[in-house]
Design a protein around this ligand. Structure first.
Ligand code: PNS
Length: 164
């Protein structure tokens, strides 16, 4: 039986970069728990409930087996959440070199906190190498074209946030 992985993040909102990582992750893991950080201190554009709905709709849109992807939220330490869900793997996507230092730091901190949980990285699809939730929000806010960068169910909800 293959492992359960937790795929954590802010997902504010989920992008096509995220869904590409999810699709690749399903090759390696039997089940992936997409775990939305419920830290409102980050002043997210979408509430946790909205972000979870958008992830669920995007999973349906990508045609993935919904039995293999669960959407949840967490607060507190990620390794504690992973343990509470019997997951031994944290899944993260890696884009450019800029991601590397932050991800290395987090992976090693998480290993220090719980050596039984491994962080596994999947390289971002080159089509979405430049796609990040923050950039997508900025471009949408300024009236730029973000279709193709976010899953279809996200687009109207993102544009509505900026009265576009
Ligand atoms: O998509 P993001 O915002 O880069 O995701 C960051 C996330 C949610 C993975 C990270 O902030 C996190 O794990 N937060 C939980 C708190 C925690 O466990 N911190 C210690 C590990 S560095």
């Amino acid at each position: 039986m293959r492992a359960i992985a937790v795929y954590p993040g802010s997902f504010d909102p989920i992008t096509k970069g995220h869904t590409a990582i999810l699709a690749s992750g399903l090759v390696a893991f039997e089940k992936i728990i997409v775990a939305v950080l419920s830290n409102e201190a980050k002043e997210p554009l979408f509430s946790v409930a909205e972000r979870m709905d958008l992830i669920r709709e995007s999973v349906i849109d990508m045609g993935a087996n919904p039995d293999r992807i669960e959407v949840d939220n967490f607060d507190g330490l990620l390794v504690d959440y992973a343990k509470s869900r019997n997951a031994r793997v944290i899944l993260r996507g890696l884009r450019a070199v800029a991601d590397f230092e932050y991800e290395l730091q987090m992976a090693n901190m998480n290993r220090h906190l719980n050596p039984e949980v491994e962080t596994v990285f999947i390289m971002a699809n080159d089509a979405y190498f430049y796609v990040a939730s923050n950039l997508v929000k900025e471009v949408a806010r300024l009236g730029g074209n973000v279709s193709g960068l976010v899953p279809a169910p996200v687009l109207p909800r993102l544009l509505a946030k900026f009265d576009k």
